[in-house]
Structures are given as C-alpha cells and as structure tokens.
Write a protein that binds this ligand. Structure first.
Ligand code: MLT
Ligand code: MN
Ligand code: ZN
Length: 308
C-alpha cells in the first residue's frame, strides 16, 4: 500500500495567513528550522499505478497546490484526466472538505464516501454538496461506522474498516459539542495482498477500546498530531479553545497521545499528521521534536510518502 501525504497541517496551514505566533513567525522569517505545510489530506493506493488510481482522504482547501506538487495523481492519459478515483471524507470540517469546490471541473460526478452526518452538514451548515450540484454534481456513497468496505474505487485490494471516533462536530453542525458516532471517523486499512494494516485518524479526541484495538493491530499509525499541550493556543494568546474541546488529544502529558504510542510495539511505524501551527514539534530543533525522535515518533510533512 502506498500513501502520499498531500498536506500535513491542521486547519489554517503553516504558517497561517494572519498568525504571528512563534512558530508561524519563525517559519516565515526562517528563524526556526521548520518547513511550511498545507492542510491535511492523504492519497492511498494499493499499487499506485495509473489504472488503479488513488483514493483521496479529505479534500483540503489547499488541494490545487497539493495536486500540482504531486507526481502521482495526474496520469495524463487523455486531455482531461485525474488519478483520483474517489474521495473519502472523515468529517465535515472546513479544512477537510472545502477543496471539493476546487474539483468542480470534473467531467463526472465526484464519487464521495462519507457518513450520513457528514452528508447532512455538507447539505446544510456547510452546503458544499448543494453548490457542487450546479457544477459536476456528486455521487454519495454512504459510510456506516463499524462497517468495512473493499470496493472503493482507487483503493482496490484495500479493505477499509470504519471506526466511529470521539472528537467534535464543526461549529456549523447541530451536533457541535454533542457529537454522535459518525461525525468523525477513523479508518483501519488492510492491504488484502500482504495483510499489512494502516490506522488513520487526523482528528482523534479520545482513545476508546475499539480505537486502541485498531491501533495495536496496525503496522503504521498516522494519527492526530494537532497540539503538543491542551492549552497551547491559550498560552500563545490566540484562542480560548483547548485541543480537547476541539476534539484533539494533545501529545504531551498524562493520557496524551505519546503515552499511547509508547505502549505500541517498536515495530509499529508512528507518524503524526494534522499538526497545528502553534505546535512546537514543527521546529525540528525543538526539545519537543527531540522527545518524539527519541520515542521513534515521526512528524509528517507535505510530500512524504509511506509504503507498507
Ligand atoms: C479541527 O480540526 O478541529 C478544525 O478543522 C478546526 C478548524 O479548522 O477550524
Ligand atoms: Mn482540522
Ligand atoms: Zn501560528
């Protein structure tokens, strides 16, 4: 299975347009050792060949930049072409969905896989599906948490198990601060030829038993790396929101993501994604980055490719 990290940052990207926190200022001026990043999205394929194509997870507002930078997603077989066969939305958040509008020139309806709740948000509070109905239209394929799918175009030969996650619904959702299973999902992908497994969850607020079981089964974990500390944005004086209130488990501290990743086998590859621009791990010379390195935890970057 091949995974291309198209974007590795959380909402806002890195640097964020209006932000002068230490990290954003640092990357803008070159005073820290960090690379700029676009908002999170990945492409997955079992072979990566042009005929099979790719399954895109989430459509970030930076999708056009990401597709320009990617070598694999434009097979160029005809005058209008794409390697993207379908799009799987893990939630209805702006940073994971608004890139759909940039794909409106599609010759065929966009094949979208998401839960009923995500579809509801995308036809009401964030009505992207309604807007797209005036362009290329969409073909909605319903995803049910707890179910498995092995027929998603672009991901032939990959079984996708869908796990409901405890995170949060977006501010425009009627379920904000009272999310239901299906507002945010994670996935466990199994390569049906070799049996290798990947767990992917860019928005994960709590590690409940089924999630922990999936994480233990995975050979590669690509997981929520939004914030180092729960009050990181408060400390930077830029927001009252905490990581946990937004549905993101911070990395450090008791019960944090590192504690869980540390319990996994040393053979498991552990990679953080959806990294907020306030997170000190973005500075490769930081103490926090060194802590991760010591524990064998990687920080994903745009253009990174993973293969299992
Ligand atoms: C989140 O991950 O919590 C959201 O994407 C935040 C945002 O972009 O506003
Ligand atoms: Mn986000
Ligand atoms: Zn910032």
């Amino acid at each position: 299975m091949k995974i291309e990290i198209l974007g590795s940052a959380a909402g806002g990207g890195f640097p964020q347009w209006n932000c002068n926190c230490n990290m954003c200022k640092g990357v803008r001026t070159g005073s820290i050792n960090a690379r700029a990043r676009t908002q999170s999205s990945i492409a997955v394929s079992s072979t990566g060949n042009a005929e099979e194509g790719w399954l895109l997870f989430n459509a970030s507002p930076d999708i056009l930049t990401q597709l320009k930078a990617s070598q694999s997603l434009q097979p160029a077989r005809q005058v209008r072409d794409t390697g993207i066969k379908s799009i799987f939305l893990l939630d209805s958040q702006i940073d994971h969905t608004t890139g759909l509008l940039m794909l409106r020139e599609s010759d065929t309806p966009l094949k979208i896989w998401c839960t009923e709740q995500v579809r509801e948000d995308l036809t009401t509070g964030n009505p992207l599906f309604n807007v797209l109905s005036h362009y290329c239209d969409i073909e909605w394929n319903k995803i049910t948490p707890g179910e498995s799918y092995n027929d998603i175009p672009g991901a032939q030969g990959i079984r996708v198990d869908v796990l409901p996650l405890t995170s949060n619904a977006p501010p425009y959702s009627p379920r904000r601060d009272k999310p239901l299973p299906g507002d945010t999902v994670g996935i466990l992908m199994t390569d049906e030829s070799g049996g290798k497994k990947v767990f992917y969850a860019p928005g994960l607020g709590e590690i409940e038993v089924p999630v922990w079981v999936a994480m233990q089964a995975a050979d590669l974990i690509l997981v929520d790396g939004t914030m180092w500390t729960d009050d990181e944005m408060q400390q930077a004086g830029i927001s009252k929101k905490s990581a946990r209130s937004m549905g993101h488990l911070p990395q450090s501290g008791e019960g944090g993501m590192i504690e869980y990743l540390d319990k996994l086998s040393s053979d498991t590859r552990k990679v953080l994604i959806h990294i907020n621009n306030t997170n000190p791990i973005l500075d490769e010379n930081s103490e926090q980055h060194a802590t991760l390195k010591n524990k064998g935890i990687e920080v994903s970057y745009d253009g990174m490719t993973l293969e299992i």
